[in-house]
Design a protein around this ligand. Structure first.
Ligand code: FES
Length: 935
């Protein structure tokens, strides 16, 4: 069984096969192209010569018949602004203009470029930015930026045609959606893309601006931003992995002697552990380095493996079967297990494939059980509601896949890595390979999304480093899309049994929760913290169980454990409200002591969409509208070791830290902190990230980044400003000089900071992330502190259910957020909308499917694994309630996880409001809607 379908294979399967195997066809093509006779490429297969014009420059190139256009542009011509993400023409990241017409290039044969003019994103900016590029910057129509070149190239073509035909009339959302439907953005930048394209077409960005609220936006809209997959070092090899075709097997024999002898192969390393047991389809056996992808693929095919295939446990029900064979049969096999969460693993009991219960977050456990029992037995005095909710596996689906380029030299190791933990990775790598920390440099200037899946040392890095050490050459290992969807990371499936007791007067008397989580071979899912945080005063009996199965390990995905917990909890609260005939927001206000949410409930209650909602199931026709609400809460984390260095240069201020910006806006938050102190524009601050040689920065996980870097950068700026004032008083003898917004104030005039910087010596300060006033809820453990505040969210959704086709269309999302001070409002709004967009995918579309008997991945491409597109999202309103959080250093905490929690439950509640049917399984697929909605 072959695990991957490569782009090369796909091309061979179409045009390539015919050309490569039929001499007559080959001659025909050569004649048509007017090319030189074909020559044998280094590893077999015919080549042809093509002439094309790329960004205005005439080019002649030798290409194989199965060379894709994107390979020619990226690998040969070094135009890496054109990205490759899915490799099968579904995501649009690789779009260029061919004679002015947008085309995807990952499955387009390079021969198709012959005689035509290609325009890539790099050329749109020549001679000044295109209006669409300016619009994307101004409207913040991007986050990680990996999809952005494709969107910009397509939107520019649409814009140019539109302006020629329609003048300055702004297109509608539907017209823009139709034009950009072939593009996917995992960060969820669609709402701002609508605004950008409409504004550009209306002429709003014909001449300005040249900057935007995101300080690295220009690099992303022009294709200048270099991601790990864009790294091309001299003599760089391609690393590929041999993966298990079986969900459960023992490797009896592994022989790669023929592979290492194959042309172009430079080395092989084994990745199997000492147990030589395979526990999921896709598990890595061997990594191989070769001169190119074709040689690597041929080398892998020559590796001989003898398996003893065993029965596999696939899915939650199979794992819960007490007769099932244990995935980890002995104590010895349960060491160093993959962790599906960010919190450290605690010792918990095992019984077969059940690990748990984890229940120390319960509160008045006995009282909760007794309350539910009492109300079940005597419902006349109150009510006990009980139900089981299920959620599916959701894949992280970063558009930049997991990728690493390792360069092991005598003088040290450089690791280009798509990671959300630059500093931590440098420490982990040094420790694993027993190197001095200063001998390791991790580089990640741009990261195309992470969402929790790129926070630890994963196999692509281990493989690349081992292969580089072996071959003494740089080696890139980058996952194909199918690999990314198989092993790149996932939010585990979960089954939640929840029961709630309420008195006749509507008091919340108790809650019991049992969660069973299938994170495949990983453990530690533990969503119970969130049940504990919400409605905190009520008695609760909370149990978490890990259920082990033969599936790839789950990983923390933006708010790990959260969306499944809120899917169950917030629908149960809604059900109680309807049972009692009360307003669902009023019930929450009564149960909820959280001060941030109290104000958000008032905001949500006053929304016209909420005030205008109707009782459940009022519509009787085919299309039925509904409105739902759900609340959310998330703990606040900070990384106390965070440092930000700030230097004065003649060109201005330069801030640096070993953190990363994976679309969450780290650069812009640091620039804003410095700008707030000096009273200058954030765009005038240079921010350097993504290099472990800078002072230690935080990893990006648990919404800790902004809460860690803003106060540290602010502290550095305050200190540096003082030094500059001292310098001015001493060097210039202006004793009365004081710092003022924009410059030094003295004698009735202000000397601009730019002039001060030019005259100043190269001063430098390092700011710290100081402790919160009053300390933390939990003191730092492994450099992670838990703050005393819990952030608050209230989410309202309006949607329409098509009862004939079973489809659900989200019309609008109202996002209320209480996280204290918002440092960069435009970016915070983008991140909130992006998180909700991902949550809409979770609620309605996304579902990783495995073959139920053999565990093979059935959803291996972005057409099978469906993430939301631009037409799937509805409109948004974001409300920031900035009160509270006074004791938090600088006054604000993160929101990246918070916004993911409530939308699925709000959608479920809106479906109930529309139809009278309450969905209890995710995603809310059309077949489930049709089965659930009667009449
Ligand atoms: Fe679109 Fe990140 S900005 S994928």
């Amino acid at each position: 069984m072959k695990f991957t379908t490569t782009r090369r294979g796909l091309l061979r399967g179409t045009l390539g096969t015919a050309l490569a195997t039929t001499a007559g066809c080959r001659r025909e093509l050569e004649s048509e192209l007017g090319s030189a006779p074909a020559v044998e490429p280094p590893h077999g297969g015919p080549q042809v010569s093509i002439t094309t014009t790329v960004n205005g420059v005439a080019r002649t190139a030798q290409v194989g018949v199965d060379t894709s256009a994107s390979e020619l542009l990226r690998d040969t011509l070094k135009l890496t602004g054109t990205k490759v993400s899915c490799g099968h023409g579904a995501c649009g990241a690789c779009t260029v203009q061919l004679d002015g017409v947008p085309v995807t290039t990952c499955i387009l044969p390079a021969t198709s470029l012959h005689g035509k003019a290609v325009t890539t994103v790099e050329a749109l900016g020549q001679g000044g930015l295109h209006p669409v590029q300016r619009a994307f910057m101004a409207e913040d129509a991007l986050q990680c930026g990996f999809c952005t070149p494709g969107f910009v190239v397509e939107a520019a073509a649409f814009h140019d045609k539109w302006r020629a035909e329609q003048g300055a009339r702004a297109p509608t959302r539907d017209e823009i959606a139709a034009a950009l439907a072939g593009h996917l953005c995992r960060c969820g930048a669609y709402e701002n893309i609508y605004a950008a394209v409409a504004g550009a077409c209306a002429g709003k960005f014909d001449k300005s601006p040249e900057t935007g609220p995101r300080v690295d936006a220009r690099a992303k809209v022009t294709g200048e931003a270099r991601y790990t997959v864009d790294v091309q070092l001299p003599n760089q090899l391609v690393g590929k992995l041999l993966r298990s075709p079986h969900a459960h097997a023992q490797v009896k024999r592994l022989d790669w002697s023929k592979a290492v002898a194959a042309p172009g192969v430079h080395g092989v390393v084994e990745l199997l552990g000492a147990q030589r047991t395979l526990r999921y389809v896709g598990q890595e056996l061997v990594a191989l380095a070769a001169v190119d992808e074709e040689a690597a693929a041929r080398g892998l095919s020559l590796i001989e493996v003898e398996y003893e295939v065993k029965p596999a446990i696939i899915g939650l029900d199979a794992g819960l079967d007490p007769k099932a064979l244990p995935v980890y049969p002995t104590r010895n096999t349960r060491k160093a297990l993959p962790n599906a969460n960010e919190a450290p693993l605690l010792p918990v009991r095992w019984s077969g494939n059940l690990r748990g219960p984890f229940q120390f977050l319960s509160k008045k456990r006995g009282a909760a059980e007794r309350a539910v029992k009492r109300r079940r037995e005597a419902p006349a005095d109150g009510v006990a509601l009980a139900a089981t909710y299920e959620t599916q596996v959701q894949c992280h689906t970063c558009l930049e896949p997991h990728a690493c380029v390792a360069d092991w030299r005598d003088d040290g190791l450089t690791v280009h890595l798509s990671t959300q933990a630059v500093h931590t990775m440098s420490e982990d790598i040094a420790q694993r390979w027993k190197l001095k920390h200063e001998a390791v440099q991790v580089l990640a200037p741009y990261v195309g999304g992470g969402f929790g899946s790129k926070a630890t040392l994963t196999t692509e890095t281990i493989a690349a480093v081992e292969l580089s050490r072996l071959t003494k050459r740089p080696v890139m290992v980058a996952l194909e899309r199918r690999e990314e969807l198989a092993v790149g990371g996932n939010r585990p499936a979960q089954r939640t049994e929840i029961a709630l007791a309420s008195s006749a007067s509507g008091e919340l008397e108790g809650m019991t929760v049992r969660s069973y989580t299938d994170a495949g071979v990983a453990v530690g899912s533990a969503p119970s913290m969130l049940f504990r945080i919400m409605y905190a005063d009520a008695p609760k009996h909370i149990e978490d169980w890990d259920v082990l199965t033969h599936a790839p390990p789950g990983k923390p995905l933006r708010a790990p454990g959260g969306p499944p917990a809120f899917w169950a909890l917030e629908q149960t609260i809604d059900e109680l409200a309807h049972h009692r005939g009360e307003d669902p927001i009023a019930v929450r206000r009564r149960f909820d002591p959280n001060p941030a949410r109290a104000k958000l409930y008032a905001w949500a209650s006053a929304l016209p969409v909420w005030r205008g909602r109707r009782p459940p199931a009022q519509d009787k026709g085919r299309f039925r509208r509904g409105v739902g609400v759900a609340a959310a809460g998330w703990p606040y984390f900070v990384q106390p070791s965070t440092r930000v260095q700030l230097e004065v240069t003649a060109g201005g201020l330069v801030a640096s830290t070993a953190a990363q910006d994976m679309g969450n806006g780290t650069r812009s938050v640091i620039a804003q902190a410095v700008a707030d102190v000096f009273g200058v524009s954030p765009s005038s601050i240079t921010v350097q990230l993504g290099d472990s040689r800078y002072v230690p920065g935080p990893m990006s996980g648990g919404s800790r980044t902004s809460a860690s870097v803003y106060p540290a950068a602010y502290h550095a700026a305050i200190e540096l400003r003082e030094e500059l004032v001292d310098f001015a008083r001493g060097r210039f003898g202006i004793a009365g000089a004081v710092a003022a917004p924009g410059g030094l104030h003295h004698g009735g005039r202000t000397i601009p900071w730019a002039d001060v910087f030019k005259a100043a010596p190269r001063l430098s300060t390092v700011g710290k992330r100081k402790r919160d006033k009053g300390g933390y809820f939990l003191p730092p453990i492994k450099d992670l502190a838990v703050g005393k505040y819990v952030s608050g969210g209230v989410h309202v959704t309006e949607l329409e259910v098509d009862t004939r086709l079973g489809r659900i269309r989200v019309l609008g999302s109202w996002i209320g957020i209480g996280v204290g001070k918002i440092y960069v409002p435009k970016l915070a709004r983008s991140q909130a909308i992006g998180g909700v967009t991902q949550a809409i995918g979770y609620a309605l579309y996304e579902e990783r499917r495995l073959d139920p008997r053999f565990g093979a991945l059935l959803t291996g491409g972005l057409e099978d694994y469906r993430i939301p597109g631009i037409a799937d999202i509805g409109e948004f309103e974001v409300y920031f309630m900035e009160d509270g959080f006074e004791n938090v250093r600088s006054g604000g905490v993160g929101l990246g996880e918070l916004v993911k929690l409530a939308p699925a439950a709000a959608i479920g509640n809106a479906v109930f409001n529309a139809t009278g049917w309450r969905p209890r399984q995710l995603p809310i697929r059309p077949d489930r809607v049709l089965a659930g909605v009667k009449g």
